[in-house]
Write a protein that binds this ligand. Sequence first.
Ligand code: CP
Ligand code: NVA
Length: 320
Amino acid sequence: PPPSGPRHFLELRDLDAATLRQILDVASGVKRMQRNRARPLHPAAPLAGRSVGLLLSKPSTRTRVSFEVGVRQLGGEVVVLSASETQLGRGESVPDTARVLSRFLDAIVLRTGRAAALRELAQWSSVPVINGLTPASHPVQILADVMTFEEHRGPIAGRTLAWVGDGNNVATSLIEAAVRFGFTLRLATPSQFSPNKDVVAWALEQGGAIHVTRDPREAVDGADCVLTDTWVSMSDEDAAERIALLEPYRVDRALMACAASDALFMHCLPAHIGDEVTEEVFESPRSVVFDEAENRLHAQKGLLIWSLCGENWTRFGEEE
Ligand code: CP
Ligand code: NVA
């Protein structure tokens, strides 16, 4: 965006490494501050007087509740809109919706089943637009994943992560994170569900350490963290066919045994136990999936502060 334009958060690759790092630093600061004070509200109420809209055209548990609670904890107001209940559901255009909502709201979080709608909304909105998942990417999830890895294992730069299963929206954002945060990423997927070729090409051009394979064991070998996701995303239709093809990509005890002895297991949730991951791995001490879910709240608070709190935004991550 132009220097004076809204601070949209559409894709991880749109932000430079330093800004992404600062967002996570502010997120950790806000998380610590809350824990220390044993109360939920940020002492400086950085979003006081601001209203954030959540425009959701797909189901959500974590994204909805973490943004809703996070905005309130920062002192702001929140409006949750199911897209089908708005005039969007009756065909009002995205540009008109963007221009109207910009007059009422200070930021818009969008979850959409049509990836192009995100850029369109941002193009026409005069307030920041935040990607709350599209069929193409899920960057807020990966902010929380990086934060979770580092809380458990220290700096992620130079470490190796393995993605196993569907090369989906979450995998795309993880590839972009590998470039921006400097970790190695190996992805094992069936050829039918390869990761987004354009994003892989971009990552390699940037010097990213991205390795794509068909072999889950090769991807997981010695890795510091193993990640997977549902085999049937919200935008997918051919469920039975997908599950059959992805069967060899289940994360089970044998596959985890190929990873480093202290490797973490992550999953953005919701999980389908017995499909992409066994109950044994999901419930094991290596699984940090609920820390990961909690960090959606904290990471997104860092993000909202970056989007909405102007030039000196990083001060909201520091203790007074
Ligand atoms: N991981 C995630 O985005 O979950 P929801 O679909 O529940 O928001
Ligand atoms: N890949 C999944 C993620 C859900 C949070 C989906 O798009 O449905």
